[in-house]
Design a protein around this ligand. Structure first.
Ligand code: ASP
Length: 351
């Protein structure tokens, strides 16, 4: 008799646990590689290989994750993010838009190497057209290292993705208990666990013991009507970045133009400035129809139109507060739509 009661009780508990599970948000994890999936031969980092572990093994390291969401994984690529490509960006954007359009999940988490994470985040921020949360994370220590940060970062990213307040904020980067806006986040440390900051504004929120708290909202983030939607076959022009430094020669600008770049982002000094040699090479490039965008090598601040440089006379546009690598992302997407300089400049103030 007792055993029948226990059996009944157990089946009721199982049913209710299942019913509760069904109420959890569905989070799809798209894995791309990176140190979070990195494997080494020892507990230190020397010689480790990024992107070696499949998504299922990353998930096995954080069983608690299944208490906060119904999580499923999908492998998109297995690369260190220094090998990230435009083709993988397009694949991610297409898949994310498809997941939400077909209601396959409520939110998406992307695991990604940290080196180019900020570029991928901004590309997806511009190209995904849904209010559902998209959260990117990674780690600084490989999965085999002592105190690997990957499992905690993955857990936190799922917490952020599952939180209703994350909806409508565009793409987010969740890292080391901070939440950043995709447009503002920058990798500012080469090796330490707090590798990401947002130099112009700071993190927009924090995660602590499985709870999310937001403090700020970016005014430029929900792109449901984005003009930058891509397919796997969208062609984007070549956009190069050329760094400015004291006594720089114009050779790299000329090489870029001669190699077929349709636009060049100058990582200028200060407020997007450059020397006379650059000025001459840029003037010649613009005459050939190349778009030149002034950005800055400074860690923070914006590049102001018509300041020391007469952009109107020279024919340059400015990146506003986007760093050179993010300015390149916007320019590639924008120039797939238009080559009108006024419109390109408008995009920089809008997105
Ligand atoms: N090189 C690695 C990558 O970006 C570094 C990391 O993930 O932290 O994939």
């Amino acid at each position: 008799m007792k055993s029948i009661v226990y059996a009944l009780l157990f089946s009721v508990m199982t049913v209710s646990a299942f019913a509760q599970n069904n109420k959890l948000p569905r989070v799809k994890i798209l894995a791309t590689g990176g140190t979070i999936a990195g494997v080494g031969n020892s507990a230190d980092r020397a010689g480790y290989k990024a992107g070696a572990l499949p998504i299922d093994e990353l998930l096995n390291a954080v069983p608690e994750i299944h208490k906060i969401a119904n999580v499923t994984g999908e492998q998109i690529s297995s690369v260190g993010s220094q090998d990230m490509t435009i083709d993988i960006w397009k694949k991610l954007a297409v898949r994310i838009n498809e997941i939400f359009a077909k209601n396959e999940a409520d939110a998406v988490v992307i695991t990604h190497g940290t080196d180019t994470q900020e570029e991928t985040a901004y590309f997806l921020d511009l190209t995904t057209a849904h209010k559902n949360a998209v959260v990117i994370t990674g780690s600084m220590r490989p999965a085999t290292a002592i105190s690997a940060d990957g499992p905690k970062n993955l857990y936190d990213a799922v917490v952020v993705a599952a939180d209703p307040n994350s909806k409508g904020r565009g793409v987010l980067v969740s890292f080391n208990e901070n939440i950043f806006d995709a447009r503002d986040v920058v990798k500012t440390n080469t090796t330490q666990l707090d590798a990401f900051t947002a130099p112009n504004g700071g993190p927009i929120g924090q995660i602590y013991d499985g709870k999310v708290q937001y403090y700020f909202t970016s005014i430029r983030e929900v792109n449901v009507n984005t003009p930058f939607k891509v397919t796997n076959s969208t062609q984007m022009p070549r956009v190069d970045i050329v760094y400015m430094y004291a006594d720089a020669t114009p050779d790299l600008i000329n090489a870029s133009v001669n190699s077929g770049a349709k636009a060049i982002v100058i990582a200028g000094v200060g407020n997007g400035n450059f020397n006379k040699a650059y000025m001459d090479a840029i003037t010649a490039a613009i005459k050939k129809g190349v778009v030149v965008c002034r950005a800055t090598r400074c860690v923070s601040g914006r590049v102001v139109l018509e300041d020391e440089v007469d952009d109107h006379a020279l024919g340059t546009i400015v990146s506003d507060d986007l760093n050179p690598q993010k300015a390149r992302v916007l320019l590639m997407l924008a120039m797939a739509n238009t080559s009108d300089k006024a419109q390109l400049q408008k995009y920089f103030f809008q997105y």
